[in-house]
Ligand binder design. Sequence first.
Ligand code: MG
Length: 377
Amino acid sequence: MSEKRKISIIGSTGSIGTQALEVIEKLRDKFEIIALAGGNNTELLKSQAEKFRPKYIYSLKPISVDGVKTLSGLDEIAENTENDIILVACSGKIGLKPTLKAIENGIDIALANKETLVMAGDIVMKKAKELGVNIIPVDSEHCAIHQCIKDISQVDKLIITASGGPFLNKSLEDIKNATVEETLKHPRWNMGRKITVDSATLMNKGLEIIEAHHLFGFDYDDIEVVVHPQSIVHSAIEYVDGSVIAQLGIPSMHIPIQYAITYPERFEGIKSKSFSFADIARLDFEKPDFDKFPAVKLAYKAGKMGGTATACLNAANEEAVFAFLNGKIKLYQIYEITKHIFDEHELIQKPSIEEIFATDEITRAKTKDYIYSFVTV
Ligand code: MG
């Protein structure tokens, strides 16, 4: 990158956002930060703004930093064509609208927000294609596939790896009785609370299958999940001739974040040490157990149905995860509740963005009502 790349980060105070700033700190001469946007952690956002001196900041709560203009909404970031790229690193549906707006303005996207593609993958990818906007995935699996693909027309299938989460070798009985604390102890990755619960139920892998379908345009039957507990192989692709290309690396989100925001170039950046096969010694793979982790099957089903099915799946699951984190339900009930709500969903096959948001809202309300029909507040 000969000139500094102008970047904004939506969700700079979250897990991906803070790691992105660690990457940028190592590549200060490569980036100019246009805007940083955070949620409720105004103290952290303030210290980030004082350190990185963006032109603009935005927060859900009132904030002011000397010499930095405070914006009134995320749209102002998404519409600012000073940006070469926007890293969408917030979690939840709040990421969808600014992503669409940025695409409309021809701004490339480094995408870490899962909901954008799970809720509205058809609309988002169509628009990006029409306007020639790059969407570079930050999620380690999709970033791996992005790195492996040379000629997509010659790829036969995608192979997405899953660590298996903390309950890989536990019985179904153990999973049913798992506590919040046990669930939040992910063996490999350090992530936010919601995604860590999704990793324990494997719903995270289900959502990633849906993302992969949209990002790379593959049929669901050509997207395979394999459990790989060491999280060294981040995903792979198989070409028509039987060649398999995988991307490997230590499990650190710094690597895919840096790849996404510096693409197509590569820099040493935050790399801490050389990769050693000998240190890793072994790599294991096994088929996922869909009886213990039925969320993956449900996600395949929703994906194949298309339309509003995946927005419904996402909303029901997220509300159930919140109920679990608040101690209202057991871990396995997340799946049972999600499935119950999902089975009642009235599918809209080609929804507008408004219908997608309406599905999200209605599903959340129904899920909460359902949970509180058998749980005391
Ligand atoms: Mg992932």
